[in-house]
Design a protein around this ligand. Structure first.
Ligand code: GLC
Length: 423
């Protein structure tokens, strides 16, 4: 090719490129993870937003496990990348993101009054600035098979862990004659954040992370008996399967129960609409109740949920805020309850007649998470959680005793706090 021809080709290629860029609208990137049906819902929200706003959005699909989601976002944010522009965050890591200055303040024209005020104040407002909004609230709940309890002559779900054990033993024994893989109780015992959320519930309102002047620690009688109980469910009572501590996360637990192979399941409200889906084996047979406690009066579910925020590195902050406004609007949140059965972050939806008719479980769940307990709201929570996860999981794997696990967790937490001079 001669030089002239080469120059013409180059010119052509360049003008094509420029032409494309001018014609193409910039794309907003939105990072979100979750079960398959959740991602389908987000596709729908994005489609509606694109129609109304003329802003194009690309969904960056993240894993459903909260720890993996956090890791993947941290990689982009630490590198100061402009994508994703906007993302969902677990309530457990909003503090970490805010402390790292990764969240763009939403600004005064956002009205947080329709949302749960305790959550807005404790999680989403930092130094007087609104940095995120709650999309949905989670609280741990107990799913149970109404039909199997009735068959066994038991009425109503258990209120204490002791009652749960007794009833699960009875039903499991009966069910095993025809269903050898049947277990009394499935819960999230794998080494990840979900383990901490159930551990707090096994320990009840007097257990969990103890915060005092000297820092945060775990050694306490309530925590020790919770750990023994959890260990024994797998090893002694054998009402929870051996893979509880290796593979059981939300989706594994949910599908196990949904296949009709368990009496009780500890999970979050998202599982409700899936259990009630047409292809579910437990459709119409499932009840939902508050999680039991060590005693009736000490039952406390763990506060969960996801919040939406804008990256401080985004190069489309205006559009990202429009998306936040849309996702947290009355209409989009109503659609979310009606399709997914999730508890919206907006309180005004709990008074909506159509919502209450289609999702009657919402009313019961409202009290569940109004009384639910947050994990420690400290920026270094994820590091403390990682320490606790490792020790608690080792107890469940029968490698160490509850006492050893709690003591080792306290030693490591103490070392972490002194290393970074945190209290
Ligand atoms: C749910 C909760 C979240 C929690 C996670 C643990 O997604 O909403 O807050 O950290 O489960 O697995």
């Amino acid at each position: 090719m001669n030089l002239r021809k080469k120059a013409i080709y180059l010119l052509l290629a360049w003008s094509l490129l420029v032409g494309c860029n001018q014609g193409e609208k910039a794309k907003l990137t939105f990072a979100v993870g979750g079960a398959p049906n959740e991602l389908v819902y987000w596709e729908k929200v994005i489609g509606e937003f694109e129609r109304q706003s003329n802003i194009r959005v690309e969904m960056l699909r993240k894993p459903s496990n909260t720890d993996d989601q956090r890791q993947s976002l941290i990689i982009s944010l630490k590198a100061g990348m402009s994508d994703p522009d906007v993302f969902l965050m677990d309530v457990a890591w909003v503090g970490l993101f805010a402390d790292a200055d990764w969240l763009e303040p939403l600004g005064g024209d956002f009205d947080p009054t329709p949302f749960f005020q305790t959550v807005i104040q404790s999680v989403d407002t930092v130094n007087g600035k609104l940095i995120a909004l709650p999309v949905y609230m989670d609280g741990g709940v107990l799913y149970y098979r109404k039909d199997l309890l009735k068959q066994a002559g038991l009425y109503g779900p258990p209120k204490t862990w002791g009652e749960l054990l007794a009833s699960a033993n009875k039903v499991q024994e009966q069910m095993r004659t025809t269903n050898p893989n049947f277990y009394g109780f499935v819960w999230t015992g794998a080494q990840y954040e979900g383990l901490i959320t159930v551990f707090m519930e096994f320990a009840g309102s007097k257990g969990g992370f103890i915060r005092d002047g000297s820092g945060i620690h775990l050694t306490s009688p309530e925590n020790q008996s919770a750990l023994s109980f959890m260990h024994d469910l797998i090893w002694k009572d054998k009402i929870s399967p051996p893979n509880t501590y290796t593979t059981m996360r939300e989706e594994e637990v949910r599908t196990y129960f949904q296949e009709g192979k368990a009496l009780y399941e500890r999970n979050w409200p998202y599982a409700w609409s899936l259990h009630e889906a047409e292809d579910s084996k437990v459709r119409g047979k499932t009840g939902v109740a508050p999680v039991p406690g060590p005693q009736k009066t000490t039952s406390a579910s763990t506060l969960g949920g996801f919040h939406i925020g804008v990256s401080v590195f985004s190069d489309m902050k205006g559009a990202a805020k429009e998306f936040v406004r849309f996702v947290t609007s009355f209409a989009a949140q109503k659609e979310m309850v009606l399709t997914l059965g999730w508890n919206p972050g907006r309180q005004d939806l709990y008074r909506d007649e159509e919502v209450l008719k289609k999702a009657p479980h919402l009313q019961e769940l409202t009290t569940v998470f109004q009384n639910s307990r947050p994990r420690p709201l400290v920026p270094y929570y994820s590091q403390i959680s990682a320490i606790a996860q490792k020790q608690i999981n080792a107890v469940l794997a029968d490698k160490i005793t509850p006492q050893m696990g709690l003591a080792e967790a306290d030693r490591e937490i103490e070392a972490l706090l002194s290393r970074y001079q945190l209290r």
